[in-house]
Design a protein around this ligand. Structure first.
Ligand code: ACO
Length: 373
């Protein structure tokens, strides 16, 4: 065995590949700090614009700074004509929403010839892309963006054509704040690798969207909710989950590379979901989800002892977004339109403090073959 072989770490688990001031994930304590603030303090109270400003500038904005920041963002809520044309073109081909977002995101440099605008364009245009494409998929007229609504409320407005209630907008904003950044997850790492070559921000974000799409990263909440619906009632949970585990399947919404205790984001989103369902007066689904969670944790310990598989962010994401009224196909795109603020923060940090990211591989193929042309 060579020294190279000894250095290989499968999946780069526990390999430190960046220094960051953006977020700290403590997988043993179950803590998440966003630029100095505990998640549970920031997420339910701040606006998404405040959180993104914090990540990009290292401090919360003053009232004047916030209003200037907001103005920069709303300038780019309308999509370039070519982006819109692309959405009209691909909807007939039944392209999935995450793929549509990836394709449309790649055209966003058409919104300005000034690269300094790219961060604002990407954050502001993502909701317009997702909502516009969703309406086209459903055969509905597009809703014209407006400037007077905050980011979260404006996304709901673009989807529905109606100004949302404060409770729905707040629930969505809490979600957006909760998932905006999370250490060196796969999509963030992807963005940092791309920008480390001194490529452009749009390219970095397109790559990150592609990484987020996978079911082991951002694609889990839809299947997690499907599972709760399929179970249907508490008494069927154990039998259903046992069958899945016996078949060697993974339970979506459980397990995490870093967290070995309950994901702190599940607490924040669970609390937000409880508030929303209480306000609606129907706690049935919330209670069922809690029962499924308890049973899943118990069975995961039985079938995978010592792996310490706990609830991750996606389980309560599904419940909260469903409570806001989102269909499952919008779950991962909504994750993307939050995380884009974090990806950009990481790209800025990488450019300011990092160098080209270029790890190495070990060759395990054959050697000494002879060319016989
Ligand atoms: N259900 C059943 N078994 C599981 C689960 C699960 N959800 N998660 C991990 N395991 C098992 C694996 O089968 C493996 O078992 P083994 O030791 O017998 O082979 C063991 O636990 C370790 O699993 P790994 O895949 O090595 O762990 P890794 O750290 O690579 O995976 C991951 C983390 C991908 C999140 C995994 O837990 C999983 O697939 N979860 C379900 C998908 C999910 O919820 N994804 C969202 C994650 S949160 C986010 O990215 C925003």
């Amino acid at each position: 065995m060579t020294d190279d072989t000894q250095a290989f770490v499968s999946g780069l688990a526990n390999v430190v590949a960046a220094e960051t001031k953006l977020s700290h994930v403590d997988g043993e304590k179950g803590e998440l700090i966003i630029a100095g603030y505990p998640l549970a303090e920031l997420a339910p109270n701040a606006s998404y614009e405040q959180v993104v400003y914090l990540l990009w500038n290292g401090k919360l904005p003053s009232a004047d700074e916030l209003s200037a920041f907001r103005e920069q963002l709303v300038r780019f809520r309308r999509l370039p004509a070519a982006t819109l044309n692309l959405l009209y073109e691909i909807v007939s081909k039944k392209v999935a929403v995450m793929d549509a977002l990836r394709m449309a995101a790649g055209t966003l440099n058409l919104a300005s010839s000034n690269e300094a605008d790219y961060p604002y364009i990407l954050v502001a245009a993502f909701p317009t892309i997702v909502a516009s494409y969703w309406r086209l998929m459903n055969g509905e007229e597009l809703v014209e963006p407006r400037n007077d609504l905050d980011h979260a409320a404006h996304f709901l407005y673009l989807l529905d054509g109606e100004v949302p209630s404060k409770a729905r907008a707040r629930a969505l904003e809490t979600y957006l704040n909760t998932v905006v950044d999370h250490g060196l997850n796969a999509s963030t790492f992807t963005a940092r690798v791309i920008i480390s070559t001194q490529s452009d921000l749009v390219s970095a974000i397109v790559g990150a969207v592609g990484a987020l799409k996978g079911p082991l990263h951002g694609g889990a909440p839809g299947p997690a909710l499907d599972m709760v619906f399929e179970i249907g009632e508490e008494s069927k949970a154990e039998d259903y989950l046992r069958k899945k585990l016996e078949a060697g399947e993974r339970l979506m919404g459980f397990g995490h590379r870093v967290y070995k205790v309950r994901d702190p984001r599940a607490d924040v989103l669970g609390a937000a979901a409880k508030k929303l369902y209480e306000a609606d007066g129907d706690m049935k689904l919330y209670r069922l989800a809690q029962a499924v969670e308890r049973t899943a944790i118990k069975l995961l310990e039985e079938y995978k002892p010592g792996r310490r598989l706990q609830t991750n962010v996606e389980f309560y994401t599904a419940l909260l977004l469903h409570g806001i009224g989102f269909p499952t196909d919008l779950f991962t795109p909504t994750f993307a339109l939050s995380r884009v603020g974090g990806w950009i923060a990481h790209c800025k940090e990488q450019l300011a403090t990092g160098r080209l990211i270029r790890p190495k591989s070990i060759y395990i193929g054959e050697q000494g073959k002879t060319w016989r042309g």
